[in-house]
Design a protein around this ligand. Structure first.
Ligand code: ZN
Length: 286
C-alpha cells in the first residue's frame, strides 16, 4: 500500500531515522528569539524538541512506482559511512532503511532508477553499501541519475562522501550524468533548484493531470515557508538558495500540487498555501 497516490504513480516514504540535529540558532543564519516566540505554538514539539531546543529532522527516501519504473528519490545516510560532523550519521550499523524498503514490497534488485536531488551525505548514503571491504552499489540493477553540475562539484571536492557513496557508482558504470532539466519520461523529470548545492534539482512527477514534486533540500523546515529568506548555514550560496526557495514557493502556492519534502516533520508531505506576504505548509495525511 502506497502512502500517497498521484494519478497512477504510487509514492511511499522509506524512513531511515528521525534525529535531533542542532538548535534553530545554529541551523539557520539570522534566526532570532523573536521568530521562535512568534511561532513556538506550532514549532513545539514536532519541529523543535522541547527538551533540547534542537530541530528534529526525519531522513527518508521516497519510493516512486510508476507503470514503467520503480524509483528511489534520495537514499538517506547509509551504513559504515564516515561523517564525523554529525554523530547520528557517522559509521551507522542499522539496516532499518533496507527493512523498511522490503516492508514496502521492494527488493533492492528491483529498483530501476535512483535519483539524487543532490550529493550530501543524507541524500546519497545508501547509494552504496560495504561488501567484502569495499563500497559497491546497493541497487545492482539501477541506473543512478545525478545532475551533471552536482556530480562535477562533488568530484571536485573529492570528499569522503563522494568517495564512499558516489564514485563507486560511477566505477560500476551505473551512473548517468544528466542536465538539470532532464526528463525520464512523461511521469518523471527534474527541475533546476540550485543554491543549497550547485547542481541541486527537484524531482517532478505527473500522472493523469495530478502533479507532485520532491523538493530535496531547497528547504529544510516549514519555518522557511514563513521566512523564505531564512538560510541554513549549510546552503552553499545563500542568495541563490533564497531566490530558488522564494520562486518554488510562489510556483507551488495554492495549487493542487503535492510537495514531498526531505526533512519537514513527518508525514513531510503537503501543499504550499499563501499566507500574508509568505506561505505555510499544510500537511497531507497518509
Ligand atoms: Zn538533507
Amino acid at each position: 500500500m502506497a502512502d500517497w497516490q498521484l494519478g497512477e504513480i504510487e509514492v511511499t516514504s522509506i524512513l531511515e531515522q528521525v534525529a535531533e540535529f542542532m538548535t534553530l540558532e545554529e541551523f539557520f543564519d539570522g534566526f532570532t528569539p523573536e521568530m521562535f516566540e512568534a511561532n513556538k505554538d506550532w514549532l513545539l514539539p514536532n519541529v523543535v524538541s522541547p527538551a533540547s531546543g534542537k530541530i528534529i529532522l526525519p531522513i527518508q527516501s521516497y519510493l516512486v512506482r510508476t507503470r514503467h519504473h520503480t524509483i528511489l528519490i534520495d537514499t538517506c545516510v547509509g551504513c559504515h559511512k564516515k561523517f564525523k560532523w554529525v554523530p547520528e550519521w557517522n559509521d551507522r550499523r542499522d539496516d532499518t532503511y533496507l527493512r523498511n524498503l522490503k516492508a514496502a514490497g521492494v527488493d533492492p534488485a528491483e529498483i530501476d532508477y535512483v535519483f539524487c536531488t543532490h550529493l550530501h551525505v543524507d541524500h546519497c548514503g545508501w547509494n552504496t553499501q560495504l561488501e567484502d571491504g569495499r563500497f559497491v552499489p546497493t541497487f545492482p540493477n539501477a541506473k543512478y541519475i545525478f545532475s551533471e553540475p552536482e556530480y562535477a562539484a562533488a568530484a571536485e571536492t573529492n570528499s569522503i562522501v563522494f568517495r564512499e557513496s558516489v564514485l563507486p557508482v560511477m566505477e560500476a558504470k551505473q551512473a548517468e550524468l544528466v542536465a538539470m532539466d532532464f526528463a525520464l519520461d512523461d511521469n518523471i523529470s527534474l527541475s533546476p533548484t540550485p543554491g543549497h548545492t550547485a547542481g541541486h534539482v527537484a524531482v517532478e512527477m505527473a500522472s493523469n493531470g495530478v502533479l507532485g514534486a520532491m523538493s530535496g533540500d531547497l528547504m529544510h523546515s516549514p519555518l522557511q515557508c514563513l521566512y523564505p529568506a531564512l538560510c541554513p548555514t549549510v546552503d552553499l550560496d545563500p542568495a541563490m538558495a533564497s531566490a530558488t526557495r522564494q520562486k518554488f514557493l510562489e510556483d507551488h502556492a495554492d495549487r493542487d500540487k503535492i510537495v514531498m519534502t526531505a526533512h519537514f516533520p513527518l508525514p513531510s508531505v503537503g501543499r504550499v498555501v499563501s499566507q500574508g506576504d509568505a506561505f505555510r505548509f499544510d500537511y497531507l495525511e497518509t
